[in-house]
Design a protein around this ligand. Structure first.
Ligand code: PSU
Ligand code: MN
Length: 303
């Protein structure tokens, strides 16, 4: 059985040093509600194709880590109840021949194995609030410490402990670079209130940082933080109100572990009357555009 199935279109683009962007599947399976999620999966790929960039949505399909999904693969992650898979779940799904939607961690891991250098997502996982008691820190962070890929995200959600997440990324020697700003975003909000040390002015500058990183790093990843524009962000007061409700609901429902992120996301979409979903889609589209530009700049620089 093959250990990695790379779609011919993706393999050819990589071979010819043309731009490729990896896309995550947990955002489709567990991060966005049906049936909007399937539309989004198609739309995300179309944004890249319109820029001349080859999309590579990643998931485990019937036990095979797959890079670049066909219609059936997209339907598997969007319409069926499948496992949320982080890096540690991969060998188990492979041995059992089962499917799974890959988190940022697992997507980054598989993308790097395939030779993809740029990856777009919505928000990174991170350190959960009260992690000092629960130890709940996403494997997204530890995986980025050992996986050389550039991830474009709108920061991390305010459901997480943003300060602790930034501290962990510092400890793990993962560069965090603001895209055109030093203000670190909080997913639905343009500004988390935390300031980064560094900003890059454009995609070309990110590509040159990637090249220097290759010369000096020990193989960790790079985080590009791309804030949603102010006029597209969620109203901060409503955001604060809905988040407080979501935490209460999670506590009452006794949700733990890997179920926490999907529970909060689902609750927040419902409690915001769909507004958080629109912002989520907008910021994902923004990140995918920026990732496409970075992949294009990278292919120019590296070929
Ligand atoms: N943040 C989002 N949407 C998501 C996720 C995070 O805004 O869908 C998903 C990603 O797949 C991320 C995962 O890798 O949640 C993190 O889950 P955990 O905290 O259980 O590691
Ligand atoms: Mn967790």
């Amino acid at each position: 059985m093959p250990t990695l199935n790379i779609a011919p279109e993706v393999a050819l683009a990589l071979d010819e040093h043309r731009p490729v962007v990896a896309l995550e599947s947990t955002i489709i399976s567990h991060g966005l509600p049906r049936p909007r999620n399937r539309e989004a999966a198609h739309e995300f790929e179309a944004i890249l194709r319109d820029k001349g960039v080859t999309p590579a949505t990643i998931a485990v399909i019937d036990g095979i880590p797959t890079v670049g999904l066909d219609e059936e693969g997209l339907a598997t992650i969007a319409d069926r109840d499948i496992a949320k898979a982080s890096v540690r779940d991969l060998p188990i799904l492979m041995a059992k021949g089962e499917s799974g939607a890959t988190t940022v961690a697992a997507t980054a891991h598989i993308a790097a194995q395939a030779g993809i250098r740029v990856f777009a997502t919505g928000g990174l996982g991170g350190v959960h609030r009260e992690a000092n008691e629960t130890f709940d820190e996403s494997a997204d962070l530890s995986t980025l410490a050992v996986t050389n890929i550039t991830v474009v995200s709108a920061g991390v959600k305010s459901v997480l402990d943003i300060a602790a997440t930034l501290e962990r990324l510092e400890t793990l020697s993962v560069p965090v670079i603001g895209f055109g700003t030093t203000k670190f975003p909080a997913f639905w909000l343009t500004d988390s209130g935390f300031t980064l040390d560094w900003a890059a002015k454009d995609a070309t500058e990110i590509a040159s940082i990637m090249r220097a990183h290759d010369d000096t790093s020990h193989g960790q990843g790079i985080v590009v933080a791309n804030p949603i524009p102010l006029d597209q962000q969620w109203d901060p007061a409503e955001h604060d109100r809905v988040l407080a409700e979501a935490f209460l609901a999670a506590e009452r429902a006794g949700v733990r572990g890997k179920a926490v992120t999907p529970f909060l996301l689902g609750f927040i979409v419902d409690a915001s009357g769909g507004r958080s979903l629109e912002v989520n889609l907008d910021l994902a589209r923004n990140n995918i555009r920026v990732a496409g530009d970075i992949a294009t700049a990278w292919s120019r620089l590296s070929s």
